[in-house]
Design a protein around this ligand. Sequence first.
Ligand code: HEC
Ligand code: HEC
Length: 267
Amino acid sequence: MKPTTATRVFALAAALLLTGSSPAAAQEFQWPDEPENLEVLPDTLGPDGLRRTMGHFTEALGVRCSYCHVGEEGAPLSEYDFASDDNDHKQAARVMLRMVEAINSEHLEQLEHEHQGEGHAQAGYTLPADREVNCITCHRGTDRPAMIEDVLAGVIERDGVGAAVKRYEQLREEYYGSFAYDFTVGPLSELARNLATRGQTDAAVRMAELEVKHHQESYRAHFVLAQMLDQAGDRERAVESIQRALDLAPDEARSFLQRQLERIRGG
Ligand code: HEC
Ligand code: HEC
Protein backbone atom coordinates (compact mmCIF):
# COMPACT_ATOMS: atom_id res chain seq x y z
CA MET A 1 0.00 0.00 0.00
CA LYS A 2 1.23 3.48 -0.86
CA PRO A 3 1.91 5.41 2.36
CA THR A 4 -0.12 8.61 2.66
CA THR A 5 1.62 11.90 3.33
CA ALA A 6 0.27 11.87 6.86
CA THR A 7 1.75 8.46 7.68
CA ARG A 8 5.07 9.49 6.16
CA VAL A 9 5.16 12.71 8.18
CA PHE A 10 4.28 10.72 11.26
CA ALA A 11 7.04 8.19 10.59
CA LEU A 12 9.54 11.00 10.12
CA ALA A 13 8.45 12.70 13.34
CA ALA A 14 8.78 9.38 15.19
CA ALA A 15 12.27 8.83 13.78
CA LEU A 16 13.30 12.32 14.86
CA LEU A 17 11.97 11.71 18.35
CA LEU A 18 13.89 8.47 18.64
CA THR A 19 17.20 9.51 17.19
CA GLY A 20 17.26 13.30 17.36
CA SER A 21 18.12 13.35 13.68
CA SER A 22 17.59 11.10 10.71
CA PRO A 23 19.02 10.59 7.23
CA ALA A 24 15.92 12.30 5.82
CA ALA A 25 16.47 15.35 8.00
CA ALA A 26 20.15 15.50 7.12
CA GLN A 27 19.20 15.72 3.43
CA GLU A 28 16.62 18.42 3.91
CA PHE A 29 17.13 21.50 1.76
CA GLN A 30 19.06 24.28 3.47
CA TRP A 31 19.44 27.81 2.11
CA PRO A 32 23.19 28.13 1.48
CA ASP A 33 25.35 30.36 3.68
CA GLU A 34 27.70 30.80 0.78
CA PRO A 35 25.96 30.57 -2.60
CA GLU A 36 28.32 29.37 -5.33
CA ASN A 37 27.05 31.25 -8.33
CA LEU A 38 25.59 34.68 -7.68
CA GLU A 39 26.29 37.12 -10.52
CA VAL A 40 23.85 39.89 -9.66
CA LEU A 41 22.59 39.48 -6.11
CA PRO A 42 25.05 40.58 -3.42
CA ASP A 43 27.03 37.89 -1.60
CA THR A 44 26.02 39.58 1.64
CA LEU A 45 22.39 38.55 1.15
CA GLY A 46 22.68 35.60 3.54
CA PRO A 47 20.42 32.54 3.64
CA ASP A 48 17.44 34.55 4.89
CA GLY A 49 17.77 37.24 2.23
CA LEU A 50 18.12 34.59 -0.45
CA ARG A 51 15.00 32.81 0.83
CA ARG A 52 13.01 36.05 0.75
CA THR A 53 14.27 36.99 -2.72
CA MET A 54 13.44 33.58 -4.20
CA GLY A 55 10.09 33.65 -2.45
CA HIS A 56 9.35 36.99 -4.08
CA PHE A 57 10.32 35.62 -7.51
CA THR A 58 7.93 32.67 -7.23
CA GLU A 59 5.07 34.82 -5.96
CA ALA A 60 5.60 37.63 -8.47
CA LEU A 61 5.70 35.30 -11.48
CA GLY A 62 3.23 32.71 -10.19
CA VAL A 63 5.77 29.91 -10.73
CA ARG A 64 7.74 27.39 -8.71
CA CYS A 65 11.48 26.92 -8.19
CA SER A 66 11.72 24.51 -11.15
CA TYR A 67 10.68 27.29 -13.53
CA CYS A 68 14.15 28.85 -13.19
CA HIS A 69 16.25 26.10 -11.71
CA VAL A 70 17.49 22.66 -12.71
CA GLY A 71 15.38 20.15 -10.82
CA GLU A 72 12.32 18.02 -11.27
CA GLU A 73 8.96 19.45 -10.21
CA GLY A 74 7.80 17.45 -7.19
CA ALA A 75 11.28 16.19 -6.30
CA PRO A 76 12.74 17.30 -2.95
CA LEU A 77 14.55 20.65 -3.17
CA SER A 78 17.68 18.96 -1.82
CA GLU A 79 17.94 17.20 -5.20
CA TYR A 80 17.91 20.47 -7.18
CA ASP A 81 21.08 21.98 -8.60
CA PHE A 82 20.40 25.62 -7.72
CA ALA A 83 23.88 26.84 -8.70
CA SER A 84 23.52 25.50 -12.26
CA ASP A 85 22.85 27.97 -15.09
CA ASP A 86 21.29 25.35 -17.40
CA ASN A 87 17.88 26.99 -17.45
CA ASP A 88 17.13 29.90 -19.76
CA HIS A 89 14.61 31.34 -17.33
CA LYS A 90 17.35 31.76 -14.73
CA GLN A 91 19.35 33.77 -17.25
CA ALA A 92 16.27 35.83 -18.12
CA ALA A 93 15.74 36.49 -14.41
CA ARG A 94 19.30 37.87 -14.20
CA VAL A 95 18.58 40.25 -17.08
CA MET A 96 15.46 41.33 -15.18
CA LEU A 97 17.40 41.77 -11.92
CA ARG A 98 19.81 44.12 -13.67
CA MET A 99 16.93 46.01 -15.27
CA VAL A 100 15.16 46.44 -11.92
CA GLU A 101 18.40 47.60 -10.35
CA ALA A 102 18.79 50.23 -13.10
CA ILE A 103 15.18 51.42 -12.79
CA ASN A 104 15.54 51.90 -9.06
CA SER A 105 19.02 53.35 -8.84
CA GLU A 106 19.30 55.35 -12.08
CA HIS A 107 15.76 56.40 -12.92
CA LEU A 108 13.56 56.53 -9.83
CA GLU A 109 16.37 58.29 -8.01
CA GLN A 110 15.99 61.24 -10.39
CA LEU A 111 12.44 61.84 -9.17
CA GLU A 112 13.79 62.65 -5.77
CA HIS A 113 10.95 64.62 -4.28
CA GLU A 114 8.15 62.59 -5.88
CA HIS A 115 9.82 59.46 -4.71
CA GLN A 116 10.23 60.74 -1.20
CA GLY A 117 6.59 61.31 -0.57
CA GLU A 118 5.94 65.00 -1.36
CA GLY A 119 4.37 64.29 -4.73
CA HIS A 120 2.15 61.68 -3.20
CA ALA A 121 1.20 63.94 -0.34
CA GLN A 122 -0.08 66.45 -2.90
CA ALA A 123 -2.07 63.67 -4.49
CA GLY A 124 -3.63 62.93 -1.12
CA TYR A 125 -1.70 59.87 -0.06
CA THR A 126 1.80 58.95 0.98
CA LEU A 127 3.86 55.90 0.21
CA PRO A 128 6.97 54.63 1.92
CA ALA A 129 9.95 56.72 0.83
CA ASP A 130 12.01 53.63 0.03
CA ARG A 131 9.39 52.25 -2.33
CA GLU A 132 10.98 50.61 -5.34
CA VAL A 133 10.05 48.76 -8.48
CA ASN A 134 10.10 45.05 -7.89
CA CYS A 135 9.35 41.96 -9.95
CA ILE A 136 5.72 41.99 -8.89
CA THR A 137 5.24 45.60 -9.98
CA CYS A 138 5.10 44.37 -13.57
CA HIS A 139 4.59 40.63 -13.34
CA ARG A 140 1.55 40.60 -11.07
CA GLY A 141 1.48 36.84 -10.74
CA THR A 142 2.30 35.80 -14.33
CA ASP A 143 5.56 34.83 -15.97
CA ARG A 144 4.84 36.94 -19.05
CA PRO A 145 3.27 40.20 -18.03
CA ALA A 146 0.95 41.54 -20.70
CA MET A 147 -2.22 43.57 -21.04
CA ILE A 148 -5.27 41.42 -21.73
CA GLU A 149 -5.97 43.32 -24.99
CA ASP A 150 -2.46 42.56 -26.25
CA VAL A 151 -2.78 38.88 -25.39
CA LEU A 152 -6.06 38.70 -27.33
CA ALA A 153 -4.77 40.74 -30.28
CA GLY A 154 -1.97 38.17 -30.61
CA VAL A 155 -4.41 35.25 -30.49
CA ILE A 156 -6.69 36.89 -33.10
CA GLU A 157 -3.74 37.38 -35.42
CA ARG A 158 -2.55 33.81 -35.10
CA ASP A 159 -5.63 31.67 -34.45
CA GLY A 160 -8.65 33.84 -35.17
CA VAL A 161 -11.29 35.57 -33.13
CA GLY A 162 -13.00 32.36 -31.94
CA ALA A 163 -9.80 31.27 -30.23
CA ALA A 164 -9.49 34.73 -28.66
CA VAL A 165 -12.97 34.50 -27.14
CA LYS A 166 -12.03 31.11 -25.65
CA ARG A 167 -8.76 32.47 -24.33
CA TYR A 168 -10.49 35.36 -22.61
CA GLU A 169 -12.92 33.02 -20.88
CA GLN A 170 -10.05 30.75 -19.78
CA LEU A 171 -7.98 33.62 -18.42
CA ARG A 172 -11.01 35.06 -16.68
CA GLU A 173 -11.71 31.71 -15.08
CA GLU A 174 -8.12 31.42 -13.89
CA TYR A 175 -7.27 34.98 -12.90
CA TYR A 176 -10.49 36.82 -12.08
CA GLY A 177 -10.10 38.56 -8.73
CA SER A 178 -6.30 38.52 -8.95
CA PHE A 179 -4.35 41.46 -10.34
CA ALA A 180 -2.79 39.69 -13.32
CA TYR A 181 -5.27 40.95 -15.93
CA ASP A 182 -7.86 43.70 -16.13
CA PHE A 183 -11.32 42.17 -16.54
CA THR A 184 -13.20 45.40 -15.86
CA VAL A 185 -15.09 47.12 -18.66
CA GLY A 186 -12.69 48.85 -21.07
CA PRO A 187 -9.93 46.64 -22.48
CA LEU A 188 -12.20 44.63 -24.81
CA SER A 189 -13.88 47.81 -26.09
CA GLU A 190 -10.46 49.31 -26.70
CA LEU A 191 -9.40 46.20 -28.62
CA ALA A 192 -12.66 46.26 -30.61
CA ARG A 193 -12.02 49.86 -31.69
CA ASN A 194 -8.45 49.05 -32.69
CA LEU A 195 -9.62 46.11 -34.77
CA ALA A 196 -12.29 48.24 -36.42
CA THR A 197 -9.78 50.91 -37.48
CA ARG A 198 -7.84 48.13 -39.18
CA GLY A 199 -10.96 47.00 -41.02
CA GLN A 200 -11.39 43.79 -39.00
CA THR A 201 -15.02 44.54 -38.26
CA ASP A 202 -16.13 40.94 -37.61
CA ALA A 203 -13.49 40.45 -34.94
CA ALA A 204 -14.34 43.90 -33.57
CA VAL A 205 -18.00 42.95 -33.16
CA ARG A 206 -17.06 39.69 -31.44
CA MET A 207 -14.85 41.50 -28.92
CA ALA A 208 -17.54 44.12 -28.24
CA GLU A 209 -20.09 41.33 -27.74
CA LEU A 210 -17.76 39.66 -25.27
CA GLU A 211 -17.50 42.93 -23.35
CA VAL A 212 -21.29 43.20 -23.21
CA LYS A 213 -21.63 39.57 -22.12
CA HIS A 214 -19.51 40.25 -19.04
CA HIS A 215 -20.74 43.80 -18.41
CA GLN A 216 -24.47 43.70 -19.09
CA GLU A 217 -25.07 46.81 -17.00
CA SER A 218 -22.46 49.00 -18.66
CA TYR A 219 -23.92 51.54 -21.07
CA ARG A 220 -20.44 52.11 -22.47
CA ALA A 221 -20.11 48.45 -23.41
CA HIS A 222 -23.47 48.55 -25.24
CA PHE A 223 -22.51 51.80 -26.95
CA VAL A 224 -19.22 50.40 -28.25
CA LEU A 225 -21.04 47.31 -29.51
CA ALA A 226 -23.49 49.62 -31.31
CA GLN A 227 -20.60 51.43 -32.99
CA MET A 228 -19.01 48.18 -34.08
CA LEU A 229 -22.28 46.79 -35.45
CA ASP A 230 -22.86 50.06 -37.30
CA GLN A 231 -19.44 49.80 -38.91
CA ALA A 232 -20.11 46.19 -39.80
CA GLY A 233 -23.30 47.32 -41.57
CA ASP A 234 -25.74 45.69 -39.15
CA ARG A 235 -27.91 48.74 -38.57
CA GLU A 236 -30.79 46.91 -36.95
CA ARG A 237 -28.72 45.41 -34.15
CA ALA A 238 -26.76 48.65 -33.80
CA VAL A 239 -30.01 50.46 -33.04
CA GLU A 240 -31.00 47.80 -30.48
CA SER A 241 -27.64 48.13 -28.75
CA ILE A 242 -27.75 51.88 -28.56
CA GLN A 243 -31.29 51.75 -27.18
CA ARG A 244 -30.01 49.39 -24.49
CA ALA A 245 -27.21 51.89 -23.78
CA LEU A 246 -29.79 54.65 -23.47
CA ASP A 247 -31.78 52.61 -20.94
CA LEU A 248 -28.69 52.26 -18.77
CA ALA A 249 -26.98 55.61 -19.27
CA PRO A 250 -26.76 58.36 -16.63
CA ASP A 251 -28.49 61.65 -17.50
CA GLU A 252 -25.34 63.43 -18.66
CA ALA A 253 -24.68 60.80 -21.35
CA ARG A 254 -28.22 60.62 -22.73
CA SER A 255 -28.24 63.47 -25.22
CA PHE A 256 -25.00 62.25 -26.76
CA LEU A 257 -26.40 58.74 -27.13
CA GLN A 258 -29.67 60.12 -28.51
CA ARG A 259 -27.75 61.93 -31.26
CA GLN A 260 -25.81 58.75 -32.05
CA LEU A 261 -29.07 56.83 -32.27
CA GLU A 262 -30.51 59.35 -34.74
CA ARG A 263 -27.32 59.28 -36.78
CA ILE A 264 -27.38 55.48 -37.06
CA ARG A 265 -31.09 55.43 -37.85
CA GLY A 266 -30.58 58.09 -40.50
CA GLY A 267 -27.83 55.93 -42.06
C1 HEC B 1 12.29 33.74 -11.70
C2 HEC B 1 13.41 32.83 -11.57
C3 HEC B 1 13.71 32.17 -10.25
C4 HEC B 1 12.85 31.48 -9.43
C5 HEC B 1 11.36 31.24 -9.63
C6 HEC B 1 13.65 30.97 -8.33
N1 HEC B 1 14.95 31.34 -8.50
FE1 HEC B 1 16.51 30.84 -7.29
N2 HEC B 1 17.79 31.98 -8.46
C7 HEC B 1 17.40 32.66 -9.56
C8 HEC B 1 18.54 33.40 -10.07
C9 HEC B 1 18.56 34.32 -11.28
C10 HEC B 1 19.62 33.11 -9.21
C11 HEC B 1 21.05 33.65 -9.33
C12 HEC B 1 21.09 35.13 -8.92
C13 HEC B 1 22.41 35.79 -9.26
O1 HEC B 1 23.07 35.40 -10.22
O2 HEC B 1 22.77 36.76 -8.54
C14 HEC B 1 19.10 32.19 -8.20
C15 HEC B 1 19.86 31.64 -7.17
C16 HEC B 1 19.38 30.73 -6.26
C17 HEC B 1 20.19 30.06 -5.25
C18 HEC B 1 21.70 30.23 -5.07
C19 HEC B 1 22.42 29.11 -5.82
C20 HEC B 1 23.92 29.23 -5.75
O3 HEC B 1 24.53 28.48 -4.98
O4 HEC B 1 24.47 30.08 -6.48
C21 HEC B 1 19.36 29.25 -4.54
C22 HEC B 1 19.75 28.33 -3.38
C23 HEC B 1 18.05 29.40 -5.10
N3 HEC B 1 18.09 30.30 -6.14
C24 HEC B 1 16.94 28.73 -4.63
C25 HEC B 1 15.65 28.91 -5.12
C26 HEC B 1 14.49 28.25 -4.58
C27 HEC B 1 14.50 27.26 -3.42
C28 HEC B 1 13.43 28.66 -5.31
C29 HEC B 1 11.95 28.32 -5.10
C30 HEC B 1 11.42 28.69 -3.80
C31 HEC B 1 13.94 29.58 -6.33
N4 HEC B 1 15.28 29.70 -6.18
C32 HEC B 1 13.15 30.20 -7.28
C33 HEC B 1 16.16 32.67 -10.16
C34 HEC B 1 15.03 32.08 -9.64
C1 HEC C 1 9.31 46.84 -15.89
C2 HEC C 1 8.51 45.63 -15.91
C3 HEC C 1 9.17 44.36 -15.41
C4 HEC C 1 9.81 44.14 -14.21
C5 HEC C 1 10.02 45.13 -13.08
C6 HEC C 1 10.24 42.77 -14.23
N1 HEC C 1 9.88 42.16 -15.39
FE1 HEC C 1 10.30 40.24 -15.94
N2 HEC C 1 9.44 40.58 -17.76
C7 HEC C 1 8.82 41.75 -18.16
C8 HEC C 1 8.37 41.62 -19.52
C9 HEC C 1 7.61 42.68 -20.33
C10 HEC C 1 8.77 40.33 -19.95
C11 HEC C 1 8.61 39.70 -21.31
C12 HEC C 1 7.31 39.02 -21.46
C13 HEC C 1 7.21 38.33 -22.80
O1 HEC C 1 8.22 37.99 -23.42
O2 HEC C 1 6.08 38.14 -23.21
C14 HEC C 1 9.43 39.71 -18.81
C15 HEC C 1 9.96 38.43 -18.83
C16 HEC C 1 10.54 37.78 -17.74
C17 HEC C 1 11.02 36.43 -17.75
C18 HEC C 1 11.08 35.53 -18.96
C19 HEC C 1 9.80 34.82 -19.19
C20 HEC C 1 9.94 33.93 -20.40
O3 HEC C 1 8.91 33.65 -20.98
O4 HEC C 1 11.06 33.53 -20.75
C21 HEC C 1 11.48 36.16 -16.48
C22 HEC C 1 12.06 34.84 -15.99
C23 HEC C 1 11.29 37.36 -15.69
N3 HEC C 1 10.71 38.32 -16.50
C24 HEC C 1 11.65 37.49 -14.37
C25 HEC C 1 11.61 38.70 -13.67
C26 HEC C 1 12.13 38.87 -12.34
C27 HEC C 1 12.76 37.76 -11.50
C28 HEC C 1 11.93 40.17 -12.00
C29 HEC C 1 12.38 40.90 -10.73
C30 HEC C 1 13.81 40.84 -10.48
C31 HEC C 1 11.29 40.81 -13.14
N4 HEC C 1 11.11 39.89 -14.14
C32 HEC C 1 10.92 42.17 -13.19
C33 HEC C 1 8.65 42.89 -17.39
C34 HEC C 1 9.21 43.10 -16.14
